[in-house]
Design a protein around this ligand. Structure first.
Ligand code: ATP
Length: 255
């Protein structure tokens, strides 16, 4: 339990709102996520999911409200300070070095996090960070293509590699932005296996349009609509909820 707040939460949003001019992208969001918890955030296009991530990561500040990360008020902290405290994020767009191998990409991510900068010094096999990189490559099921150039990977393998990058530097919490987008059914199954197999202490929030993936990899689901939290519950409760079915399943268009 955290001494400062007594809440013991990994992430807490208190009354977070975000306006873009006249548009309220987020309105009075209250969210509580426990350490190690796996949470899915669902909602149709424009519901405010990406804006929620941007406020949590510090890509931009909320217009009002407070954000606590493991008890510490990080509302005004720059993104880099949140990364230093163990927060990671994946993006819908790829941020990989396509001319380097799988292993080198993860190794550089590990070095970047451990030393606060990237270095292109040739790694030594005995390097402890290289060992960590090897383990992360295995965690995301890419050990058989560890020496393959990223440009030669399938799209699904590139998304798996992005998960390994997010795992570098021993994060405490990860925000996954639509990791299943564009994946084949086989690749989706692989993704589900990877996410459910992550170390238990690593909590995450996953934004996902694919209801099947979202419900399988989460313990709790938050539904958003028009910048507000519309419903929260266990995956089975959300799946069976008639309002959710009417709003989301009936009206969702894939983004
Ligand atoms: N930088 C911005 N400037 C102005 N409006 C924005 C900005 N970012 C998001 N919005 C608006 O805020 C609202 C919420 O957008 P957001 O991208 O958070 O929704 P989303 O749930 O992630 O949608 P999608 O599923 O399509 O990614 C939308 O109306 C969007 O147009």
């Amino acid at each position: 339990m955290n001494a400062e707040t007594g809440t013991g939460l990994a992430l807490e949003l208190r009354g977070v709102s975000k306006r873009f001019g006249a548009l309220a992208a987020l309105s009075d969001i209250h969210l509580q996520v426990r350490p190690g918890e796996r949470r899915a955030v669902l909602g149709s296009n424009g519901a405010g999911k990406t804006t929620l991530f941007n406020c949590i990561t510090g890509d931009f500040p909320p217009s009002s409200g407070a954000i606590r990360f493991f008890g510490e008020d990080v509302t005004t902290f720059p993104a880099q300070e949140r990364i230093r405290r163990g927060l990671r994020r994946t993006y819908q767009i790829s941020l990989l070095f396509t001319g380097l191998s799988v292993l080198d990409n993860v190794y550089l991510a590990c070095r970047g996090v451990s030393r606060g900068r990237f270095s292109f010094r040739r790694p030594r096999a005995s390097d402890a960070l290289m060992q960590t990189a090897e383990e992360l490559v295995t965690t995301v099921h890419l050990q058989e293509v560890r020496n393959t150039l990223v440009s030669d990977l399938s799209y699904g393998q590139q998304r798996q590699l992005e998960i390994a990058m997010a795992l570098s530097g021993a994060p405490r919490f990860i925000l996954f932005d639509e990791p299943a987008a564009g994946l084949s059914p086989t690749e989706r199954r692989e993704l589900i296996a990877i996410l459910t197999g992550l170390p238990g202490h690593v909590g995450y929030i996953i934004i996902e349009h694919d209801m099947d993936v979202a419900l399988r990899v989460s313990e709790r689901v938050t539904m958003m609509h028009n910048g507000r939290i519309f419903k929260e519950g266990k995956p089975a409760e959300i799946e069976d909820d008639p309002e959710v079915q009417a709003l989301y399943l009936g009206g969702a268009t894939h983004g």
